[in-house]
Design a protein around this ligand. Structure first.
Ligand code: GLA
Length: 322
């Protein structure tokens, strides 16, 4: 049975993968067979592409852009404003300077890569995880003030052409307390005009958390705000978040459990495909995943749909069995 993921899902949503300069070469065949959308794992982030002297170092991003363009893949632009991997030296002067720098950056990215970018994660992870606090404390908040997310979306909406979706992207987006804060943020940004057009649900999940019901409620909540939904960074870890135990190889029963859970999530995504345009996995195959380094260093993990050799796992067969 020779199944292509993107073909199987063509009537539902695009299927994406986060790629980097290694996987775009090593896993090129797998990517082209199964995915029709890609996201640069790190290469387009503000603090990665723009060096401290203000000069842009575009070789890595250009290579991924060419790979996508030559092969007719869409690209999710990731990301413009984040507390991590950001261009710290733009914050030395006043607020207007930061806004001017950011405008220049967005123009630069749009001119260089915009022709294949289907949407941008304009702001990533602005919400604080601690229940007692609302916005995460960041340089952006410090400099631009409590309505910085709205300011940033306003800047982006003037530069990025209509039709390229403007997304807010976050993790733990299904935890009720955090979800409420995300809703509050989106409502306040969109109070006068619809600046945020889409919700990026990162969907970094594991074998134990969350429940399908929490995910379903989250999809319904964000769709209820009139937003398009992208699943932007899905992977399904073998461990509870920072569990220190380390497995040497994936136990058969857990591979099966993973397959069942992947199956349930994708059935849910199909059920809500009226609202969901893109489901992106945070990686291509288990040969490379950030979860081998974070949050526990050197902990083997097998969170994706293809094994280290690039063969479809049981999870792949579960999500294509409909
Ligand atoms: C967050 C970011 C991604 C990436 C992952 C870890 O989810 O949005 O860009 O850095 O963390 O790989």
């Amino acid at each position: 049975m020779d199944i292509s993921l993107k073909d199987k899902y063509k009537d539902y949503f695009d299927i994406g993968a986060a790629i980097n300069n290694m996987t775009a070469v090593d896993d090129a065949e797998l990517i082209l067979k199964h995915f029709n959308s890609v996201t640069c794992e790190n290469q387009m982030k503000y603090g990665v592409i723009r060096k401290s002297d203000g000069v842009y170092a575009t070789d890595d991003a250009d290579q991924l852009y060419r790979f996508a363009k030559e092969n007719g893949l869409k690209m999710r632009g990731h990301n413009l404003v984040w507390h991590n991997q950001t261009a710290l030296n733009i914050f030395d002067e006043d607020e207007q300077h930061v806004i001017d720098e950011l405008s220049g950056h967005i123009k630069y990215m749009n001119d260089r890569y915009g022709d294949i970018i289907s949407c941008w994660d304009v702001v990533n992870e602005a919400i604080e995880d601690k229940t007692s606090e609302y916005l995460r404390s960041t340089v952006w908040l410090d400099k631009l003030g409590p309505d910085y997310v709205k300011k940033v979306f306003k800047v982006a909406s003037k530069i990025i052409p209509k039709g390229t979706g403007l997304f807010y992207n976050d993790y733990n987006e299904y935890i009720p307390e955090k979800k409420d804060k995300i809703v509050k943020l989106i409502k306040s940004v969109n109070s006068d005009e619809k600046l945020i057009e889409g919700m990026g649900m990162q969907c970094h999940v594991n074998l134990y958390y969350p429940t399908i019901d929490l995910m379903k409620e989250a999809i319904e909540t964000y769709a209820g705000l009139g937003l398009r939904i992208h699943i932007t960074e899905m992977d399904l870890s073998f461990y509870n978040y920072d569990d220190n135990s380390k497995l040497d190889s994936p136990p058969v029963d857990l591979l099966k459990k993973q397959a069942d859970i992947y199956g349930e999530y994708f059935a849910l995504f199909r059920e809500y495909s009226e609202y969901i345009d893109n489901v992106t996995l945070w990686g291509v195959s288990d040969s490379y995943t950030w979860l081998q380094y974070f949050p526990v260093f050197d902990r083997k993990n097998w969170p994706l749909l293809f094994d280290k050799e690039g063969n479809p796992k049981e999870a792949f067969y579960k999500i294509t069995d409909f």
